[in-house]
Each structure stands twice: as C-alpha cells, then as structure tokens.
Design a protein around this ligand. Structure first.
Ligand code: HEC
Ligand code: HEC
Length: 358
C-alpha cells in the first residue's frame, strides 16, 4: 500500500471510529499491519483542501460575521486592562500559537499554566483545550474572554464596552440583529476561526500528485511516521494528524498538570492530553501541553526513548530504536507539514483600520 493510500486508510478508520463515538471512547483498535510503503508509488491523488468545514446549524457562516469575528479576534479592547486580544496568544505568524512561549501572558501580566495551541484547522477538532473539555468553538471562547489570567471581562462588562463603540454596535446589529453580548461575540469569533483552514503544505502537494513537493529526507520520514517502527500514525491520524483523543505520552512520571483527570477525577486519566494536530508544527514551538520541549528533534527523541516510567502511559509509547539519521528524517517530515500560504493569508491577518477604530 502506498503512503497516500495509507493516509486514506487512516481517514476511513477515523470515520468508522467517529460513527460509534460517545464521550471519550476507548482508543480505536490499532490499524492493520502493513509493509512499509514504497515511495513515489502512483496512487489516486488526495485533495484535503476539498474537505468540507463542519458548520453548526445555529451559527451559519456569513462574510459579515466572519469579518466581525476577525476584528474581535485582534481587538485588545476585549480584555479587562485593554492589553490582550485572542491574537496576543494566537499569533498568525506562528500558525496562531504563541511563538516561542512555553506559557502565555494574559491581563496584568498574569501567566497561564499551559502552552497556547495552534488554531490550524481548529474547525475540525471534536474536542477543544488540551484535555478536550470543550465541545465547540462558541463555548470555548467564553473561557479566555472571562478567565482572570487571560482577558478577564464579565459578560455584562464586555457587552457594555463593545456597545459603547458605535462601529461595533452597528456591526452586531447588522450581523445578529441585536446589540453586542458575550454570546454574539463568541459566535462571531467562532465563525472567523472556522475559516482558518490549512491544506497547502509540501505534504499536501505531494498527496495531490506532485512528486517533487517533498525532499527525500521528508519522504523517508513520512515512511517512518506511517510505519510500525515510528508508530506515530496511530495517534496522529487523519488529515490533521490527530485522533482528537486524550493520551498519555509518558512525558513525566509525576505530572504537575494532571490533564484529563482534572475533568474526570479518575486516576487512569492523569497525564492524558488531547493528541495535538501536527499541521504547521514547525511554527509552533515550544511543544507539549506545558511547552516543556523546545524543538521538534527533542520531541522525536522523547518518543524514541519511550518516555518516562508512567503507569498510565499509552501502550504505543515504547523505545523505538530510531537511529540519528532516522530522527532527522522524521523531523524533515514534520517540517513538510508547514503551509506558508496559511500564515500569510491576508484574510487571516489583522483587519485594516476601516470602520472599527483600535
Ligand atoms: C493569555 C493567552 C490566551 C488568550 C488571550 C487566548 N488564548 Fe486561546 N488558548 C490559550 C491557551 C494556553 C490554551 C490551552 C488552554 C487549555 O488547554 O487549558 C488555549 C486554547 C484555545 C483553543 C483550543 C484549541 C484546541 O485545539 O484545543 C481555542 C480554539 C482558542 N484557545 C481560541 C481562543 C480565542 C477565540 C481567544 C479570544 C477570545 C483566545 N483563545 C484567547 C491561550 C490564550
Ligand atoms: C499514544 C499516542 C501518540 C503517539 C504514538 C505519538 N504521539 Fe505525538 N503526541 C501525542 C499527544 C497526546 C501529545 C501531547 C502530549 C502532551 O502535551 O503531554 C503529542 C505531542 C506531539 C508533538 C508536539 C506537538 C505540539 O503542538 O506540542 C509532536 C511534534 C509529536 N507529538 C510528534 C509525534 C511523532 C513524530 C510521533 C512518532 C514518533 C508521535 N508523536 C507519536 C500522542 C501521540
């Protein structure tokens, strides 16, 4: 089976898994064994870019709503002290993560506890936050808007503040037929976030049939990634390289941040975090829920060592026996998931100063 077909197999598996999906189901059974796929084998092209973004019925996309969401996303007036916007921690040039910072700084210089994840293809995530505690973008946005160490506004305060800005009052009336409210703010921002779609990396161009899109090292790395030896693809599966499931990767023996157990209170959930997407991962250092790993090479080395002793470690985490050149190849593959047209898309960047003053 070619690597392209492998990706398809992963997609199908994911689809089947989603059918029987309930809250945190058991991990999907491992994919069937396959011989390492030969490189450059002809196979039907895959155009991930044609995936349909799931849009909730109660929040249809309209250009005016998306534009309002974009303005709100970049506007620091949505915070208590006027210093923090969503974009302060989700910066476009770092694929909407917090460029180089292990944890982010919110209002009044308050530091958070976790690494700000990328918003690449976030519309497709079935669970949000590192332990997956939020089911949809509209609800997720309430978190940072009101959290005392992020943006810190009470719902009434936010509504009043925006209502007093004539351009916003007008825009909310136009889009929602009502004055600004916390709910409308989250609906507009979610609509903008659903446009943050990235399927134009060298990997995508290769999958679409351009055999010269990826380097030889990246192709060797891809083979490892999808092989039983590298074994990355059981968790980092599907078009976004994530199963959206909470997993323990044995990062620590004793986790300071207990992850999913924070929500469930169960011992077996300690240290479980949602498998993150690997799209644009070369732009989103440092890595893991706490930003404790600095480089992609160190991340691969963590898996190669098999992590630290941990009772909850996923069965897939074990010493891999990768040589140094193999580690380099895996890094080259991860780098081939970078989509430059995503970070430079003018539709995703701060809006020009028309209408709404900043
Ligand atoms: C002070 C920094 C900061 C600000 C401001 C901030 N975020 Fe975040 N964001 C984070 C961190 C840290 C996480 C991970 C938190 C967790 O998992 O507990 C996160 C997680 C997310 C996620 C979940 C992504 C996923 O794949 O699970 C989304 C979506 C998101 N933020 C959107 C927003 C929006 C929209 C705003 C503005 C309303 C915003 N953020 C403001 C730091 C920030
Ligand atoms: C058992 C499931 C599983 C396997 C197998 C796995 N990963 Fe992960 N991966 C995760 C989870 C879960 C995290 C986040 C862990 C955390 O934050 O504590 C993660 C994080 C990462 C990150 C950091 C991403 C970020 O945004 O912080 C990289 C890079 C990565 N994995 C690459 C790989 C590679 C390469 C392999 C194969 C060698 C691999 N993973 C195998 C589940 C897995």
């Amino acid at each position: 089976m070619s690597v392209r077909r492998w990706v398809w197999a992963g997609l199908l598996l994911l689809g089947v898994g989603m059918l029987g999906y309930s809250l945190w189901p058991r991990p999907a059974p491992p994919a069937p064994e396959a011989a390492p796929p030969p490189l450059h084998q002809a196979s039907p092209p895959i155009l991930f870019a044609e995936r349909t973004v799931p849009i909730p019925e109660d929040n249809p996309q309209t250009p005016a709503k998306v534009e309002l969401g974009r303005r709100l996303f970049y506007d620091t007036r949505l915070s208590k002290d006027g210093s923090v916007a969503c974009a302060s921690c989700h910066k476009p040039e770092f694929a909407f993560s917090d460029g180089g910072k292990p944890v982010s700084t919110g209002i009044f210089g308050r530091k958070g506890l976790r690494n700000a994840p990328t918003l690449t293809n976030v519309a497709f995530r079935r669970h949000l936050f590192w332990e997956g505690r939020s089911p949809r973008l509209e609800l997720q946005a309430v978190g940072p808007l009101t959290a005392h160490d992020e943006m810190g506004l009470e719902p009434e305060e936010l509504a009043q503040k925006l209502g007093a800005i004539p351009e916003y009052a007008r825009a909310f009336q136009e889009v929602f037929g009502q004055p600004p409210s916390l709910k409308a703010v989250t609906y507009a921002i979610a609509a903008f976030e659903r446009t943050l779609v990235s399927y134009n990396s060298p990997f995508d161009r290769y999958q679409a049939g351009d055999d010269s899109a990826m380097s030889q090292a990246a192709l060797r790395g891809m083979e490892l990634f999808f092989s039983e030896k590298g074994d990355c693809f059981h968790c980092h599966v599907g078009p976004d390289f994530t199963d959206d499931e909470p997993r323990n990767t044995a990062l620590y023996t004793v986790y300071k941040d207990i992850g999913l157990a924070r929500a469930t209170g169960k011992d077996e959930d300690v240290g479980k975090f949602k498998t993150p997407t690997l799209r644009n991962v070369a732009l989103t250092a440092p890595y893991m829920h706490d930003g404790s790993i600095q480089t992609l090479r160190e991340a691969v080395q963590h898996y190669n060592r098999g992590g630290e002793p941990n009772l909850n470690a996923d069965a897939l985490i074990r010493p891999l026996g990768l040589t140094d050149p193999e580690v380099d190849d895996l890094v080259a593959f991860l780098e081939s998931l970078t989509d430059r047209s995503f970070t430079t898309n003018p539709a995703f960047l701060p809006p020009k100063n028309e209408g709404v003053s900043r």
